[in-house]
Design a protein around this ligand. Structure first.
Ligand code: 1HN
Length: 370
């Protein structure tokens, strides 16, 4: 028994599986806001590309899973950021990555695509040509098929670490390689329908699953050069055309355009991001770490880390694809930015100082400041 009565009492509480909130430690250690989770990291295309070829040799069948090389942040127990996992997947000509579904939401950004490379999502085939974005929302059946004559590669981004942390991972295999197509003819007319079977309890597929590059690029060309955000440059968010909201309940996808030589201003947001370089050369400085990127490299920006992008080429534009866990945070009222709310989200201003210090101040002292 400790001599000090409070320490003795704390020991007594522990035996009853109780602790006094005053001991603090277990609830929150840091009262100065979030510490960025994980490290800023870069995955170079040349290395990943050669590892993908090697994966195709040592793993000739896709087996029960996917031939996806997942980018692992060495500063985290799992994931590329604390909420998202990014990887690159290769399927060989004639291969199928067979049908399954999971509560995890995912998206694919096509790196080396073809007209007859496609993902089937709840019975609808969606072609994956270069730079097309295809969503596989949580709990949708999906399988990938490469009916072209060359290997196909795409970027996978999923909310795996988030679903893991919430202990919400459900997984089901369809039991066959291919799911039946809704349209028996198999015509690849990626559905952009505004009518659905009313007798089905809920929509079987979201209206927007595929975002063709030709539309995205046209929009980028239209807005390139606009006097846009000093922090994000010309940043375009992919939206669900029905709701105007983000692509997925947890994840939002962006395209960013940086003019030659452009350097953006540093800021930080409570969200984290994973980025893929569509074209160009540049540098992103993340909490003092310099990440020098080129075409098809991937990198990550931990949450609440100060960062800014620059296009280091004096003559070429740079275009980034990125995925942010902003919708998740907005839904919970947790989205914030410093030094200002550049997205117009109405995010609360940053709270300076230390909660613990303030709660220890006598009430009279606090009142004097007001
Ligand atoms: C998954 O289902 C796919 O469907 C790719 O292609 C990568 C990584 C973790 C968990 C599920 C796919 C994945 C994955």
């Amino acid at each position: 028994m400790a001599d000090d009565p409070l320490t003795a009492f704390d020991e007594k509480l522990a035996k009853a599986n109780i602790y006094g909130q005053w001991t603090g430690e277990k609830l929150f250690r840091n009262t100065d806001g979030p510490q960025p989770a994980g490290e800023p990291c870069l995955w170079k295309w040349a290395e990943v590309r050669s590892l993908l070829d090697e994966a195709a040799e040592v793993m000739p069948e896709s087996q029960t899973a996917r031939r996806s090389l997942m980018f692992d942040n060495p500063g985290l127990p799992r994931g590329t950021t604390h909420t998202m996992a990014m990887g690159m997947q290769l399927i060989r000509p004639g291969e199928t990555a067979w049908t399954h579904r999971h509560s995890i939401a995912a998206l694919r950004f096509t790196i080396e695509g073809a007209a007859n490379l496609y993902t089937v999502v709840d019975g609808e085939p969606y072609p994956m040509e270069d730079n097309d974005l295809v969503l596989t929302p949580g709990w949708t059946w999906h399988d990938h098929h490469n009916e072209s004559d060359k290997p196909a590669i795409w970027l996978d981004v999923l909310d795996v670490p988030l679903m893991g942390a919430l202990n919400q991972v459900f997984y089901e295999s369809f039991g066959e390689d291919r799911q039946p197509l809704a349209d028996e003819s198999g015509a690849m007319t990626a559905r952009l329908g505004t009518l659905r079977p009313a007798w089905e309890a809920r929509p079987t597929a979201r209206v927007a699953v595929r975002y063709p590059w030709k539309d995205a690029e046209a929009q980028l060309r239209r807005l390139a050069g606009a006097d846009a955000s000093p922090y994000d440059g010309v940043a375009l968010e992919y939206v669900d055309p029905l709701t105007g909201g983000p692509t997925l309940p947890t994840l939002s996808c962006w395209l960013q355009w940086l003019k030659p030589g452009q350097e953006l201003k540093p800021h930080r947001r409570t969200s984290s991001a994973v980025c893929f370089v569509i074209r160009g050369q540049g540098r992103t400085v993340i909490d003092g770490t310099e990440i020098d990127w080129g075409p098809r490299d991937g990198f990550c920006i931990p949450n609440w880390a100060w960062h800014h992008h620059m296009n280091t080429s004096a003559s070429e534009e740079a275009v980034l694809f990125s995925v942010h866990d902003i919708p998740l945070l907005r839904a919970l009222g947790l989205y914030r930015e410093e030094p200002e709310d550049s997205l117009g989200t109405g995010a609360p201003p940053p709270v300076p100082g230390n909660i613990a210090d303030r709660t220890r101040e006598p009430a009279a002292e606090q009142n004097k400041e007001k």
